[in-house]
Design a protein around this ligand. Structure first.
Ligand code: NAI
Length: 242
């Protein structure tokens, strides 16, 4: 159980992030939900966590790609919750296109959000973990980062980069009691994949169906408590990338 722990979840207003925030709250953690724009959705996730599990929950608007905004938000979370123990870097975007046609801004936006955003959060949360003498970082990568995906060179690069970031941070901070792991989801049913429901790759999933956000949240719950696991990349993909 995670009673007495505080977790911050980026992109926690919907989809996989909302499911992770709710799951960690169900285990007793207080939750700080970071969202990009949809205040009502973020607030409703917090209300549900409070009502259903009696934990403390607050939402914070913050563009994770913005180094200074993340610094300020981490400071606010410390002020509001006192301590931090778990960070879930879930915020992510796609701007798909073939490499030769991709706009520079689409490459930058995806890498800035998915990869630099995770770095920004780690950079400003590690001092709080050091103060707590423990920390658990969970980076939401993707099977695209493991095996690539045509039309997603920006996204795949950002998600592969997240795996390198995960392993380096795991090595740097293991001695301080901070673990860092990644989850590589496959096709999960959320707003992000709505447009992909007829993707031919779906027929190649050995378990024969898309995954649910709650199934990724279950993996996050496992990693939050797996005290002897660090630097791991856990696929939650129905077997598509094995
Ligand atoms: P989603 O689009 O439903 O949710 C993404 C969340 O990130 C939203 O709450 C959005 O507001 C937030 N966000 C986006 N840019 C942000 C920024 N700059 N600052 C703060 N928050 C920001 O997507 P979904 O499907 O829930 O994905 C969550 C994570 O899981 C993403 O990192 C995605 O790449 C990853 N993933 C999703 C898969 C899927 O099949 N749905 C498969 C593999 C990985």
């Amino acid at each position: 159980m995670l009673n007495g722990k505080t977790a911050v979840v980026t992109g926690g207003s919907r989809g996989i992030g909302a499911a992770i925030a709710y799951k960690l709250a169900s285990m007793g953690a207080d939750v700080a939900v970071i969202y990009a724009g949809n205040r009502d959705a973020a607030e409703s996730v917090c209300e549900k966590c409070k009502e259903d599990f009696g934990v403390k929950a607050r939402s914070y608007v913050c563009d994770v790609a913005d180094f200074t905004a993340v610094k300020d938000t981490a400071a606010k979370i410390k002020e509001d919750f006192g301590a931090l123990h778990i960070l879930v870097n879930n915020a992510g975007v796609t701007r798909d296109g073939l490499a030769a046609m991709m706009k520079e801004e689409d490459f930058d936006r995806v890498v800035d959000t998915n990869l630099k955003g995770a770095f920004n959060m780690i950079r400003h949360c590690i001092p709080l973990f050091l103060r707590s003498r423990e920390g658990c970082i969970i980076n939401i990568s993707s099977v695209s980062g493991l095996i690539g995906n045509a039309g997603q060179c920006n996204y795949s690069a950002s998600k592969a980069g997240l795996i390198g970031l995960t392993k380096s941070v795991a090595k740097e901070y293991a001695a301080k009691g901070i673990r860092c792991n990644a989850i590589a989801p496959g096709f999960i049913r959320t707003d992000m994949t709505e447009a992909h429901s007829d993707n031919p790759l779906l027929a190649m999933i050995p378990l024969g169906r898309m995954g649910e956000a709650e199934e990724v949240a279950d993996a996050a719950a496992y990693l939050a408590e797996a005290r002897y696991v660090t630097g791991e990349v856990l696929r939650v993909d129905g077997g598509i990338a094995m």
